[in-house]
Design a protein around this ligand. Structure first.
Ligand SMILES: C[C@H](O)[C@@H](O)[C@@H](O)C(=O)COP(=O)(O)O
Ligand SMILES: [Zn+2]
Length: 215
């Protein structure tokens, strides 16, 4: 895809993220790997106002086009691309249930085998750091090596995948898992989790269970 097509795809992903109920207001941001950097949503702009021209190119050193202001979270988007050569798209949101679990500063444990979607047996939660900081990007860089989906404490979710459709799908799956976890926590009962041996089996099966979403 050329730059214009990728920019359109970013905007469509943002709008779909809101339609799916995964985001609100100007929270969240979306990027794709492009040339030696990335294309990313601008900061503080309602998704309905985005045009292809508003999408910002940021190079691998964080230098961006004059006259445009990228998402305040460009540091952690670049950090994801640095950390993982197997992903080309990143979605960040403040989805209700993901944000709620992140406030507990807890990972989502293996309450359901679909927890394997991120590539490990839990959805990690990285420590809190102020939005838009290098510190937050450092935490993200470490966390994303472990799982393609991570919670950011007291903040929200990051999902990274091979393309935008897959990244959005992953974000949606994790929000469903987070909603089950929140419900379970509300029962005040002990929460059974799947044993490590079973999660290893599922993780193995997921390696060949391809998600048929291509751009
Ligand atoms: C304060 C921001 O909303 C922050 O939470 C950031 O993480 C976010 O989600 C949206 O920021 P941008 O509009 O700068 O992408
Ligand atoms: Zn955010």
């Amino acid at each position: 895809m050329n730059r214009k097509e990728l920019s359109r795809k970013i905007i469509d992903t943002c709008l779909e993220m809101t339609r799916l109920g995964l985001n609100q207001g100007t929270a969240g941001n979306v990027s794709v790997r492009y040339q030696d950097g990335m294309l990313i949503t601008p900061t503080g702009t309602p998704y309905e106002m985005l045009t292809e021209d508003s999408i910002v190119y940021v190079d691998k050193n964080g230098k961006y086009e004059e006259g445009k202001l990228p998402s305040s979270e460009w540091h952690f988007h670049l950090a994801v691309y640095e950390a993982r050569s197997d992903v080309d798209a990143v979605v960040h949101n403040h989805a209700l249930n993901c944000a709620a679990v992140s406030i507990l500063e807890k990972p989502i444990p293996p309450i359901h085998y679909m927890i394997a979607v991120g590539g490990t047996d839990h959805i990690p939660c990285v420590p809190y750091a102020t939005f838009g900081t290098h510190k937050l990007a450092e935490y993200v860089k470490e966390g994303i090596k472990e799982s393609k989906a991570i919670l950011l404490a007291h903040h929200g979710l990051i999902a990274a995948e091979k393309n935008l459709d897959k990244a959005l799908w992953l974000a949606h799956e994790v929000e469903v898992l987070a909603s089950w976890y929140i419900k379970l926590l509300g029962t005040n009962q002990p929460i059974p989790v799947l044993p490590k041996e079973e999660m290893d089996v599922v993780l193995g099966k997921f390696k060949s269970y391809g998600l048929r979403i291509e751009e």
